[in-house]
Design a protein around this ligand. Structure first.
Ligand code: FCB
Length: 480
């Protein structure tokens, strides 16, 4: 007798989509008044990005957006999370808005809406105008003010049609990879600068929430996207649990406490006291930072396993995007980062969907009632187009199946998860890895710019169309 396990049905109003970011897909780096961002400078610095790749052309989405949107519509994807390029909208980071830059996003949004796709806009996915970095970047408090002004310009032009706004994408990466390990732009390696940047990013977020609320209709939703870490101690011994507490502080509570409770965690202040005295925090900042949000975005790829360093042992650095000689963490002396056991993606990131469930249910408990969105989740594999022109990516389908099952389980257990945005629509410029890592459900031949939906795109389209996930991934033998 064949037994069929029923599919996992998602709530009828669950929002399904894909995600991208401006620098990773747009190209057109010098067109229509756009000025360089820190990623233009960084990618041109020898040795910073594999193969010397830059975002100059990327997937040429700036010119091909109508085709890309038509493809999304053909796949039946109802929502699209993209980012606005600050140096397109406000070249140089200050001064007047650039009409041509705003016009581009105007066309993009109209095209999305014409295809029935809901636009979800992120204001900052890492492309700080270079001029602001020259003045100190995120270590300079004034950058937060410039960001809020830019937010107001963008919302003033697009706010009548874009209902969901996100201030920052993964400020952990901007602060700790940009100013800590230096594997991301602007490539600085200074733990005190990383913490200063962290605070100014949060201040920028808070000021931008205020600016957005002033510009947007009352129905608009304002959010923040964090790459919170599912931190696990290697063993239950006290030293490993202490390592996990410290990294949980620097990965999670250093964001959640100020944003949702208006305070920095006392243990994090103590753990970092040898790095900085935190005098960059001024009266009133935490009230600004903790302005109410309508939802929280979570990006999740892999868990973080930590242990106390063995005496004389070598500390492995696991910074996600590219490792590096210096640690991203401002205070991780005596802590080892270990790769979790088991299967890995092409990034070397272990596949572990339980981490996503752990994060979503933790947020259910710690931030009761706050709607959650998975704003990024996906995997890189070494995809290639076969002689027939097809791209078979069963590993990605299995990854997505496992993670969507985790989302479904979290919802069933009461986590208010309202949507899922798959990273990514297209293969694109994967930061320090250049074009070497393919995260798309649509394959891009970077020489011809030809787009080919991978098997995972068709599979995801089916999930979205039916609002349900087969209880087993494709290729699993039927139960007998
Ligand atoms: C996230 C970034 C996104 C992409 C994925 C793989 O940290 O937000 O731009 O690089 O990782």
């Amino acid at each position: 007798m064949t037994e069929h396990t029923p599919p996992l049905v998602f709530p009828a109003d669950f929002v399904w989509g894909t995600a991208t970011a401006a620098y990773q897909i747009e190209g057109a780096a010098t067109e229509d008044g756009r000025t360089p961002s820190i990623w233009d400078t960084f990618s041109r610095t020898p040795g910073k990005v594999r193969n010397g790749d830059t975002g100059d052309v990327a997937t040429d989405h700036y010119h091909r957006y109508p085709d890309d949107i038509a493809l999304m519509a053909e796949l039946g994807l109802p929502a699209y999370r993209f980012s606005l390029a600050w140096p397109r909208i406000r070249p140089g980071g200050s001064g007047p808005a650039n009409k041509a830059g705003l016009d581009f996003y105007d066309r993009l949004v109209d095209e999305l809406l014409a295809h029935g796709i809901a636009p979800v806009a992120t204001l900052y996915h890492w492309d700080l105008p270079q001029e602001l970095e020259d003045d100190g970047g995120w270590t300079d408090r004034a950058t937060a003010d410039r960001f809020a002004e830019y937010a107001a310009l963008a919302a003033g032009r697009l706010g009548d049609r874009v209902a969901t706004w996100t201030t920052l994408n993964e400020p952990w990466c901007s602060a700790f990879l940009g100013y800590g390990s230096g594997v991301h732009a602007p490539g600085r390696s200074d733990p005190a600068a990383a913490l200063t940047a962290h605070h100014h990013l949060l201040l920028a977020h808070g000021l931008a929430v205020g600016a957005l609320r002033a510009e947007l209709p009352g129905t608009a939703r304002v959010s923040l996207t964090l790459n919170l870490a599912a931190v696990r101690p290697l063993t239950d011994v006290p030293a490993d649990r202490e390592a996990a507490r410290r990294i949980d502080g620097l990965a999670n509570r250093i964001f959640l406490d100020p944003v949702f409770h208006g305070r920095y965690p006392a243990d994090v202040l103590a753990d970092t006291a040898h790095v900085t005295d935190w005098s960059f925090v001024r009266d009133g900042d935490l009230a600004e930072i903790s302005r109410p949000l309508d939802s929280l975005g979570i990006n999740y790829y892999t868990p973080t396993v930590v242990a106390a360093d063995e005496p004389g042992g070598r500390t492995l650095r696991q910074d996600g995007h590219g490792g590096g000689e210096r640690s991203a963490w401002p205070a991780d002396d005596g802590i080892r980062f270990l790769p979790a056991e088991g299967e890995r993606t092409a990034m070397g990131w272990p596949v572990d969907a339980d981490g996503l469930y752990e994060l979503l249910t933790r947020l259910r408990d710690e931030l009761p009632g706050l709607p959650l969105l998975v704003t990024e989740n996906g995997a890189a594999y070494d995809d290639y187009s076969d002689p027939a022109g097809a791209v078979h990516d069963p590993e990605r389908i299995a990854y997505l199946h496992a993670h969507l099952t985790a989302v479904h389980r979290a919802i069933a257990d009461g986590a208010p998860v309202r949507g899922y945005f798959l990273w990514s629509l297209l293969d694109n410029f994967e930061w320090a890895y250049g074009y070497g890592k393919r995260f798309g459900i649509v394959h891009v031949d970077f020489a011809s710019q030809r787009r080919t939906p991978k098997d995972s795109a068709r599979w995801y389209a089916d999930v979205v169309r039916t609002g349900a996930l087969p209880s087993t991934p494709p290729g699993t033998p039927a139960e007998c």
